[in-house]
Design a protein around this ligand. Structure first.
Ligand code: ATP
Length: 555
């Protein structure tokens, strides 16, 4: 990904030789500062509970004064240096009182983090939230938002919300990794609404980037639910808007988009992002994959406001994304919930040997005969295989839908809506909906085709077992998949699932995208098997998948 990082650094290259003299002047100074900053740990003047009343417009990378057991800063900011000086002037007993108070706060923070499995690193990390009412006592949250949280039935913040919300409210940049279905959306939308306060005529002040249109649409809906009662203009970037709208005339406070659509609007000079104060990259590791990196780069550059606060959220955060993030972020706080890159612990995970491609359909039939417990989500590796399997299950009289990139936007939305509404019981999907989609109460995810990476596995199975619910994930594997089994088994073991011991001793395999040519799902068993009588109602409508115009988005 080196090439990738250089994108984001485009235009910030200095010729060190040419400017050697000037550099040496700064280097001496920097050394002096660094040395002096190691003197002692600054003690904050104010208690952390104080509401953060920093105006976003006036703020210039202001570091919140708060402490954490995990992230005590050895490097003083100019503010902390002043605080230390002032502190030295205070009587000794007052100083020791303050130190004790601070230590008690640090201890409380540390216990809370331990309780909720929150791991943090960075400088001066704000205390985690104990409950939602701290949003108003510490941060001056408005009543409408607390009311909305209550109406949505959110009684307690989830672990990621406990830590990421105060971090973002303190104006700090953040990269966060928390399991699927653990409420990351609220963790970035809530502070965004609180900081933006009200609608304004300044144009777009917040941007949320999502890798797929379905996720962008879902995030827009969530955002609107949370903003109910406050007149924010929250816009989803549609194809139409990206092509034709002039955003200087469209009222918009928060814009939610896929990278491709936003880049299109930037290129056409239809959108001005120079006033953006908050930029969220949701499913950031997906966005930082090579195919999307150029688009992300142009969005990051277009958000040119010097005090923009960027945040990255995902359930999987590979090291290269962290490294890349560090190059573009300023004094960021890293928040990890539980173990990094692990699956949700509420999902019962199972591996099923299907022998060969031919055996998969048999295994699927078998598992449906034993228990078809809808809603069930089935992942396959390609749109061709999605179409084939869809046809096969239709013939079996199963209420089935499909979603993949050969479908038009309306068809895709229809498939998702039917599944959400319970009109279809089984949804066959490619990885297009593997990330972020929040289907309530999916009972089972079946990886009909082995996932192409452990991240893909975590996101796919994470469509069930959300918000503390239980779920089941079944992964079929064939001979070709065996070399990659160990990687999935590691994920399973780290989330507490049982794994056959022979798998754990398989050689470790470096995992690049594993997408073998799998042939046809129709091959083999169909003719040999008697037709199964399902105890399910006949599907209302038998949808034909129309090969519409090719997608302008990546899957
Ligand atoms: N504090 C809360 N209490 C109860 N439920 C919550 C809370 N916060 C969020 N939820 C619910 O949890 C579900 C999952 O939330 P969300 O979609 O934000 O998860 P996520 O962490 O972004 O998952 P993914 O990694 O798959 O994108 C949603 O249905 C949401 O309404």
């Amino acid at each position: 990904m080196d090439g990738g990082a250089s994108f984001l650094f485009g235009g910030i290259h200095f010729n060190r030789r040419k400017f050697a003299k000037d550099f040496s002047r700064f280097e001496t100074k920097k050394k002096e500062i660094d040395d002096s900053s190691l003197v002692d740990i600054a003690i904050p003047e104010a208690e952390e509970e104080e509401p953060v009343a920093v105006s976003v417009k006036k703020r210039k990378r202001k570091t919140e004064v708060s402490e954490s057991g995990d992230g005590i800063s050895l490097f003083k900011t100019s503010k902390s240096a002043k605080a230390a000086k002032k502190d030295k002037e205070k009587p000794a007993n007052e100083r020791s009182k303050q130190k004790k108070k601070l230590n008690r706060q640090l201890e409380r923070d540390s216990l809370l983090r331990k309780k909720y499995n929150v791991h943090v690193s960075g400088n001066n990390i704000p205390s985690p939230l104990d409950n939602f009412s701290e949003l108003s006592s510490r941060f001056g949250c408005e009543a409408y938002l607390l009311r909305n949280l209550a109406e949505l039935g959110f009684e307690e913040p989830t672990p990621i919300q406990r830590q990421a919300i105060p971090v973002l409210l303190s104006g700090r940049e953040c990269f966060a990794c928390a399991p699927t279905g653990s409420g990351k959306t609220l963790a970035f939308v809530c502070p965004m609404l609180m900081k933006l306060k009200h609608t304004s005529k300044d144009g777009i002040r917040a941007v949320i980037l999502c890798p797929t249109r379905e996720l962008a649409a879902q995030t827009t809906r969530e955002c609107k639910k949370l903003a109910k009662g406050n007149k924010f203009y929250i816009k989803l970037m549609t194809k139409e808007l990206a092509r034709n709208a002039d955003f200087s005339k469209v009222p918009c406070d928060i814009l939610i988009s896929t990278p491709l659509r936003l880049r299109l609007a930037i290129r056409k000079k239809k959108v001005n992002l120079s006033r953006v104060e908050y930029l969220v990259l949701d499913e950031s590791d997906k966005l930082f994959e090579l195919g999307l990196l150029k688009q992300i780069d142009s969005v990051v550059k277009a958000c040119s406001n010097a005090s923009v606060v960027r945040s990255l959220f995902s359930a999987t955060l590979p090291d290269f994304v962290e490294d890349l993030a560090r190059t573009i972020m300023h004094d960021a706080v890293r928040v990890i919930i539980g173990r990094k890159n692990s699956a949700s612990e509420t999902i019962k995970q199972k591996l099923v040997y299907a022998g060969s491609e031919e055996g998969k359909f048999l295994a699927l039939r078998q598992s449906f005969t034993e228990s078809l417990n809808p809603p069930v989500l089935i992942f396959v590796q390609s749109k061709e295989r999605a179409k084939e399997l869809y046809g096969e299950l239709l013939c079996e009289n199963i209420r089935v839908g499909a979603i993949h990139s050969d479908m038009s936007q309306a068809e895709r939305e229809n498939a998702v809506d039917n599944f959400r509404a319970g009109k279809t019981w089984v949804l066959i999907a490619t990885d297009v909906i593997a990330r972020g989609m929040d289907f309530k109460g999916i009972n089972c995810v079946i990886n009909y085709d082995f996932p192409d990476s452990s991240a893909a596995y975590i996101h796919r199975i994470g469509r069930c077992g959300r918000a503390g619910r239980s779920g089941e994930a079944i992964t079929f594997y064939t001979e070709e998949d065996i070399p990659f089994l160990r990687n999935i088994a590691n994920v399973m073991a780290s989330s507490g699932c049982e794994v056959p011991s022979w798998i754990m001793v398989l050689p470790k395999k470096k995992w690049r995208k594993h997408r073998p040519g799998r042939g046809s799902v129709l091959a083999g068993p169909k003719d040999d098997m008697p037709k199964k009588k399902w105890k399910v109602k006949k599907a209302d409508t038998r949808k034909t998948i129309i090969n519409d115009e090719p997608e302008d988005e990546q899957e």
